[in-house]
Ligand binder design. Structure first.
Ligand code: ATP
Length: 367
């Protein structure tokens, strides 16, 4: 009988700088293991150089060839890029992935905020153990749409422009509602909250108007609203009441860091940057030069970002084995915290980067 080949996915791996390299090493170890244990698909990982160190040696943040390889890949995995002492000539941080966001149309910044067991509590309320929300940050327009064309006139007035477009809002809100539908099928409450400042800005009122229009298509999901200031308050006061929060780029930039803060820290904050054709997955943290090279970086956010990548590939290409493999990584990480085998340095524990990778590997192999 003829054997069919399992679906194969080309993944461009960009470890980047600082702890990006260290957490990526843990991640590729786990991806090799999970595809072997799970079966049903293959990943062809191709590691490419890019970032601040690469810029220092070559004068470019990523080569054109690598950029095009990333464009052609089925998905991109990124560690972290940028170092405080290596900058573009205009003083900004080295970040070739920001160009990928716009060039590859990665409009949906998916930033899950989830509590892990046995970590020091940031919020005193015991319900903080139940936090499981997703911040959906629009990632290609809003206040970042014209980020390179702000002006300062006569050293007296500075001006930036915020832009919201209908087509992008429509696909963003559809993404938010589809996500809430999927989460509802897994026991979630089925709520999408539009976070805006519709009481003050014309652009935000338009954002909300399009949200209302798209909400009509999803009668099974409850569509709610919060002004961004009230949302910041509620993220600290009662985040467990929310499900999917959708918002403009700059609001999402700020609230997603607050989200990471309420569950413990950046080492726990994964991120998927998703478009209709492309997906880039990375932890929300930076290159953390203060701990780079010491082997203590927490790879949790990187591992969960890789799980998100597998789940996204599975969904895009209808490969259920990929989805299961993503779930295996999640289960292994979560149970590692639950059984107190994972105690990251980040939270005063003694688990080093490779200890955490080995624990997750053992748990995947034992599943
Ligand atoms: P960027 O602006 O590039 O996103 P940042 O200024 O937000 O970076 P990070 O590099 O993310 O800064 O680091 C912020 C702090 O969080 C540092 O003290 C760093 O050591 C810590 N940190 C970040 N990621 C991790 C991690 N994975 N494990 C442990 N600590 C981390």
């Amino acid at each position: 009988m003829e054997r069919t080949k399992p679906p194969t996915f080309h993944i461009v791996v960009l470890p980047g700088d600082g702890i990006g390299v260290e957490v990526m090493e843990a991640c590729t170890q786990i991806l090799e293991v999970v595809q072997e244990v799970n079966g049903g698909f293959r990943l062809l990982l191709k590691t490419l150089e890019a970032g601040a160190n690469y810029f220092q040696t070559t004068g470019e943040d990523i080569s054109e060839k690598s950029f095009e390889e990333a464009r052609a890949a089925d998905a991109i995995l990124l560690g972290a890029m940028g170092l405080p002492n290596i900058r573009y000539p205009d003083g900004t941080e080295i970040a070739p992935h920001l160009r990928m966001r716009t060039e590859f149309g990665l409009f949906a910044g998916v930033r899950p905020v989830k509590s892990y067991p046995n970590l020091p509590a940031t919020l005193a309320d015991s319900r903080a153990k139940e936090i499981d929300i997703v911040i959906l940050r629009e990632s290609t327009e809003g206040l970042f749409a014209h980020r390179n064309s702000g002006v300062v006139e006569d050293d007296r007035i500075a001006r930036d422009v915020l832009e919201i477009t209908r087509p992008n809002c429509e696909r963003l809100f559809d993404f938010a509602f589809d996500l809430a539908v999927r989460r509802k099928s897994e026991g979630g409450p089925g709520i999408v909250t539009c976070v805006d400042k519709a009481n003050v800005f014309r652009s935000m009122a338009f954002f909300r108007q399009v949200f209302d229009e798209r909400a009509q298509r999803y009668p099974e999901i409850s569509a709610e609203y919060r002004y961004v200031d009230a949302m910041a308050l509620d993220l600290v006061r009662q985040p467990w009441k929310y499900d999917v929060l959708v918002m403009e780029n700059m609001f999402g930039d700020i609230l997603s860091d607050l989200g990471a803060g309420i569950v413990g820290g950046l080492g726990l904050a994964p991120c998927g940057e998703i478009g209709t054709q492309h997906g880039l997955f990375q932890p929300a943290h930076g290159s953390a030069p203060d701990i780079a090279g010491t082997g203590v970086a927490n790879p949790t956010a990187m591992l969960i970002s890789a799980a998100m990548m597998l789940e996204w590939l599975g969904q895009q290409h209808q490969v259920s084995a990929c989805k299961r493999a993503g779930q295996r990584i999640r289960n292994a990480v979560f149970s590692g915290y639950k059984e107190e085998e994972i105690k990251p340095f980040e939270f005063g524990g003694s688990s080093r980067t490779n200890d955490i990778a080995n624990t997750v590997q053992n748990r995947i192999q034992a599943q």
